[in-house]
Write a protein of this length. Structure first.
Length: 288
């Protein structure tokens, strides 16, 4: 949890080392009596807007003594509206990161299919999509994910920025049935699309691209991730056998993996996910 991961009960030493921003870069710092957000940004040598974006639950006009602020590193990014480029710190979990940024662990997992939640590495960079608009997140100081679960946001917002190349792509299976549509479940956790098919079916690339990941993942079986033009990525999971290697250039229709059988449902299911820049997209907006 983030509460337990700070190296920060060092606020006094951090204050003594104020001229050197490298001492606090990437760490947590505690608000002292009389501090303002502007003063803390100057002490950390971080632009005020950047510091605010990395602490969306902080009200700049109501800082509290002992309140902790995250100081971003140079490797991290916080574009307006997200997704964040966040560097894993000691003690982090997807749940704790989600609480800090006002999103859900499910959305973070969906945006980082190659990351193993139970084996996060310190220094690892992950994408953190937001659960709602930036102003709504900043207004919630409780860290609860419930205000950030509008069902329309994940599927409708990205569609406005989809590139021209994302048009009428073929489906990843020749014979399929949609058993779970893309969207949030009853708890607000975003779920990728799930397609049922027949034994021996092969998942096929839906567009030209390069294989960037081809390996097993906990709870997702064998997984293939393909990167396409215009910062688009497709994920093919719950496979039984991978048919390609990392670095391979593939065309639309090229076989990537053989679909595996679920021990829970006894079906042959393919988990298919589509993202742009780490943000999940409803595949039905792109597939013909």
């Amino acid at each position: 949890m983030l509460v337990g991961c700070a190296n920060a009960p060092q606020s006094s030493s951090q204050r003594a080392a104020a001229p050197s921003a490298t001492h606090i870069s990437g760490n947590w710092v505690q608000v002292q009596r009389g501090d303002t957000l502007g003063q803390m940004a100057a002490r950390a040598n971080v632009p005020l807007e950047r510091l605010q974006r990395f602490n969306p639950g902080v009200n700049a006009r109501q800082l509290k003594v002992g309140q902790r602020l995250l100081i971003p590193t140079q490797q991290e990014r916080a574009p307006s509206g997200g997704p964040y480029r966040y560097q894993i710190r000691p003690g982090d979990t997807f749940s704790s990161v989600a609480r800090h940024f006002g999103t859900t662990s499910g959305r973070i997992q969906s945006a980082n299919p190659s990351a193993t939640p139970t084996n996060l590495r310190v220094g690892q960079v992950v994408s953190v999509p937001l659960g709602g608009s930036a102003p709504r997140t900043a207004a919630s100081s409780s860290g609860s994910s419930s205000p950030n679960r509008p069902a329309a946001a994940p599927s409708s917002a990205p569609s406005q920025a989809l590139p021209a190349s994302a048009r009428r792509w073929p489906w990843p299976l020749d014979d399929y049935r949609v058993v779970r549509r893309f969207g949030p479940d009853s708890r607000g956790t975003l779920q990728p699309m799930l397609l049922a098919t027949q034994p021996g079916a092969q998942a096929k690339s839906v567009a030209p691209g390069e294989v960037r990941f081809a390996d097993g993942m906990r709870q997702l079986g064998e997984v293939v991730i393909v990167h396409h033009a215009d910062n688009l990525q497709t994920v093919y999971a719950l496979c039984d056998r991978i048919l390609v290697k990392v670095g391979k250039q593939v065309n639309a229709g090229d076989a990537l993996c053989e679909v595996g059988q679920s021990s829970a449902t006894q079906r042959y299911d393919l988990l298919f996910d589509l993202r742009q820049g780490g943000k999940p997209i409803d595949p039905r907006q792109v597939l013909r």
